[in-house]
Write a protein that binds this ligand. Structure first.
Ligand SMILES: [Zn+2]
Length: 300
């Protein structure tokens, strides 16, 4: 009988053999920051209606504000880096049970040469399905068997609350059920931490609540300048930058999310930080001021 690891390695060989142009497994971007080798890996993408970019804005204003007409393709970017003997992953994709076109992280890890059992830490920005459900593999066991999992104390408390179902619209109840199932499966390996502190040496979490009540972002600190891993503090490469005041349908506390977006954009522009957003096509980039707002300048 082959072990599960051997089965997965066999699967990797198939994935690599298929890694011709157009294959789904992919490394979106790579960068160096001091001693860190940073990779942005794809978990795939999904489509959503344009109207979701701004719940109180007329569709024609969204079209003229973004230059887009059809549905929005939202990419899923998982950030990884190696630092000494640590292999750190930020958020972990959608797994097998979310939306068609997602759940490609395992194949992208293989394409990047990162073995799941080598991953030492997984840091979560928040616990939405496209960031958290990939914590369990197709066998319903942790995708990274040797990892410590770190999430915001406030975020875990929000999703774990039995009263969550009264606080969320019915079409979001599956988000809560999924989060509770995975929180339970990870058990004691899921650690609770607070923003405003280093979660790992050189990796500080900062409060970016709004999209969810316990949303955090991360600053990878280095003498050459910071890299911000922003999760869903910014969710669209045009709308979030040119119109931070828009209220996307996916934000839990829309007013707070607007204030967070403005603060993150201003700080990233002032510090000339490199930024990685989970849904920002282009991988790694910078925030540039543009008139009274901002624009995303991808590195490539
Ligand atoms: Zn997301």
């Amino acid at each position: 009988m082959p072990s599960r690891r051997e089965i997965m390695l066999g699967g990797a060989a198939i994935a690599l053999a298929g890694s011709a142009p157009g294959a789904i497994a992919q490394v979106v971007a790579t960068a160096r920051q001091g001693q860190r080798a940073i990779s942005v890996l794809s978990d795939g993408s999904f489509e959503m209606p344009l109207s979701m970019l701004a719940r109180d804005v007329a569709l024609d204003a969204i079209v003229s504000g973004t230059g887009r007409t059809g549905p929005v393709t939202s990419v899923l970017n998982v950030t990884c880096f190696r630092q000494g003997d640590q292999v750190v992953v930020f958020d972990c994709g959608s797994g097998a049970h979310f939306l068609p076109g997602t759940g490609k992280l395992a194949a992208s890890l293989e394409a990047a040469g990162i073995a799941p059992d080598s991953v030492t830490h997984v840091l979560f920005t928040h616990l939405h399905p496209d960031h958290f459900w990939g914590a369990l593999d197709d066998f319903d066991t942790p995708l990274f068997p040797n990892a410590r999992w770190l999430a915001s104390r406030r975020e875990i408390a929000f999703w774990s609350d039995p009263a969550i179902y009264q606080r969320l619209p019915e079409d979001r109840h599956a988000f809560a059920a999924g989060a509770q199932r995975i929180i339970k499966a990870l058990g004691d390996t899921l650690e609770q931490h607070d923003p405003g502190s280093d979660w790992l040496p050189g990796v500080a979490a900062f409060d970016t609540a709004g999209h969810t009540p316990g949303h955090v972002s991360f600053e990878l600190k280095d003498a050459d300048g910071p890299v911000f891993v922003l999760g869903d503090a910014l969710t669209h490469p045009v709308a979030s930058f040119a119109h931070p005041e828009w209220r996307p349908a996916s934000d839990f506390d829309a007013d707070r999310a607007v204030a967070t977006r403005r603060a993150v954009l201003e700080r990233a522009a002032a510090e000339q930080a490199q930024v990685i957003g989970y849904h920002l096509d282009g991988g790694i980039g910078r925030v540039e001021r543009a008139g009274t707002a901002y624009r995303f300048a991808p590195a490539r």
